[in-house]
Design a protein around this ligand. Structure first.
Ligand SMILES: [Zn+2]
Length: 221
């Protein structure tokens, strides 16, 4: 059975505006602080290492193992290796973690990823590898009340994902609900924690403050 964790802003050494458990090395924070924070989480979880992605709002999926190194440009990583953690970094986007019988996955699901079908892509890849029973966790992300977009963008997204709809007046998108609905329609069990990264004082939010840290959803076998 896999283990998973969603980090908050608490418990690290980064200083403002990244205080304190920033795990993103691309946001302008002191890299020594980020390395310290990453090492602390790796130790806390008793893992050999944690693999982070260079996330680009695409739908590339990469399989990794304990030998993987260098920059992995992707928005989804999967593995069947034990003792390594797979991490997805977020500050409002959805950190999605998936567990099968042999494989686990960490997936970065933003608006673009949701629209370009990263979820069905990952699920069909796992099913092709023989995974029949999948469970998933949706971590802290921007909620349907907070994610207001232009009316044009709103209509474009809800045409593909009706479950993301709020109202035409509000024109904000409920991406966690859309992701949950899509996962369930693909036969995947979902636990959606429904923590809003904008409203929670314990989570980083890009919407609230563009210069900020990144949290991680981490899963391991
Ligand atoms: Zn909210």
């Amino acid at each position: 059975m896999a283990r998973y964790l969603f980090t908050s802003i608490d418990g690290g050494v980064s200083t403002p505006p990244y205080s304190s458990l920033n795990l993103g090395d691309h946001v302008g924070d002191d890299l020594a602080s980020v390395a310290h924070n990453r090492a602390a989480i790796t130790k806390y979880l008793s893992l050999k290492k944690i693999i982070f992605m260079n996330q680009v709002h695409g739908n590339e999926l990469v399989e990794v193992d304990s030998e993987s190194s260098g920059i992995i440009t992707a928005d989804a990583i999967i593995t069947q290796s034990k003792s390594i953690g797979l991490a997805v970094l977020t500050a409002d986007c959805i950190p999605l973690l998936i567990e099968g019988e042999r494989y686990i996955a960490a997936v970065h699901v933003g608006r673009k990823g949701l629209v370009s079908g990263i979820i069905p892509k990952v699920i069909s890849e796992l099913k092709n590898r023989g995974e029949a029973r999948l469970r998933s966790w949706i971590g802290p992300a921007i909620c349907g009340d907070c994610y207001e977009v232009s009316i044009e963008m709103y209509r474009e997204v809800i045409a593909i994902h009706p479950q993301a709809a709020t109202t035409d007046v509000q024109h904000s998108l409920n991406l966690p609900r859309a992701a949950q609905s899509q996962l369930e329609s693909l036969g995947v069990a979902v636990e959606n924690f429904e923590i809003c990264s904008v409203e929670s004082p314990h989570h980083y939010s890009y919407r609230q403050s563009p210069t900020t840290g990144r949290m991680a959803g981490i899963i391991s076998l």
